[in-house]
Design a protein around this ligand. Sequence first.
Ligand code: ATP
Ligand code: MG
Length: 570
Amino acid sequence: MKMSNMLISTLREVPAEAEIDSHKLMLRAGMIRKMAAGVYNYMPLGLKVLKKVEDIVREEMNAAGAQEFLASAIIPAELWQESGRWDAYGAEMFRLKDRGERDFCLGPTHEEVFTDIARNEIKSYKQLPLNLYQVQTKYRDERRPRFGVMRSREFVMKDAYSFDKDQKGLDISYDKMHDAYVKIFNRCGLDAKCVAADSGAIGGANSAEFMVKSEVGEDDVVFCTNCDYAANIEKATAKLEELEKEELMEAKKIATPDSRGINEVAEFLNISPKKTVKTLLYNVDGKIVAVFVRGDREVNEVKVANASNASGDIEMASHEEYIKAAGCDIGFAGPIGIKVDLILVDEEVKNMYNFVVGGNETGYHIQNVNYGRDFDGTVSDFRNVTEGDMCPDCGGKLTIARGTEVGHIFKLGTKYSESMNANFIDEGGKEKPFIMGCYGIGVTRTMASIIEQHHDENGIVWPLSVAPYHISVIPVNVKDEEQVKVANELYEQLVGMGVEALLDDRNERAGVKFKDSELMGIPMRVTVGKKIGDGEVEFKLRDGEMEVIKISDVCNIIKSEFEKNNMKLK
Ligand code: ATP
Ligand code: MG
């Protein structure tokens, strides 16, 4: 591409709307432009990178035996009603009506559509296993679109759906996708880690996320400092501390007139918050659920939602609901005698001795309370892991880091095939529901994440595999005929070799050209200047030192860069 023919939209200033580096650089390099909140136009440079990432995704999906498909983004409501998600999906779904008042949505994801395709097209076990994928635009009316294409309302996703005749088949399909994802993110130059994830209320399902460690990530990921354990905080668990055994003492009501919060109560009684248990009340689809965790712990709402079969996100109970359940002011609710629909007790509480709880009476707490003797409920893990907790696998120290989810693999089982009656005929002639898996990659989010991991103060530093162009050829002085001639020849030669080259033939100062090339993150640069008299040019890797090389060596150096990156010239 000759830059004189190109729409170049680089910006010197940092746009005020952008908070994180990738967003700033995508705007500054002229890759994207905002049209509305969370809605972006892809400029030529951005589109080139997007296509490169898509191509890597396609190559690895095809290599894993998946077949590309393209579904419509407009989906009739009936399909979502069949699965029960038309109502459950809530405000995140963009909904529309046609001229005949029929309901549609713009697909936020495509489980229903692919289940429908499978039930229409696949009749027999002989046609299984099958994995269909698409690279397609998705629509989600996110509550907080932000960080540019990291969390946008229109984005490109690769979504794949596998259909198997049994669980064993699904395990194989799932593992293949896991391996393909590892290759995809590697080839994109992304350091992404596969971590265990929550799979919602679907019993027995398995799910993992590919997370990129990042300070601007919106997820908390728990890692073991000693072994490979890694899990999203929604899912992560910790080994319980062994507590020293104590004699059970007699429970006793005590006046705590001005102490409501756990810290106040602990201070007032001069005990550690670890000797207290706090009460949180939730409204889950109209039912009141009480959750009890150690005073210094945080409740894990995902675990609570799963245990109470919530249809979606859960809410704290209202003030009135609290008073009705506990019969007292906020701050004094406790487990003994509370009137709720479900009691969830964190496993740690079960192991504690003689702790303090709210008295369900304004101004009072109860001392020396013990699970089993004084109250009971459903015991499981309902707390968040905290820094320094013990790894559930090896007992090592757990640490927490921020991460961005770039991919998700999920064993769905029969969730959709059962609700949508998607069956095949098995070996014995019996009808059975498909065993399904679904696998997503945020293609546009991947692009932004690559920039988060590959940039410096001068701009983007693209890995060669996804760079919009491989090299820029820069004649220093476009008024110098000889320089222009050599640069042109070099450019033509490179293009002929299959290198995606940019020729910066603009009538600009060399400094401006260097700046643009660096901002746009072009991995290699050849500068054609005064040294051509000696048959020499300057060569620089985007993240390397400048060297003077023979013009005749340029092609070989470029070839070796391709080899180093395991890439072939086309
Ligand atoms: P998140 O928790 O970040 O909202 P999600 O769980 O809703 O993600 P999935 O439904 O699993 O995401 O979608 C598959 C992939 O699509 C995600 O791994 C992510 O990379 C990408 N993705 C999801 N929402 C967005 C968005 N609003 N903008 C850009 N990419 C997105
Ligand atoms: Mg989401």
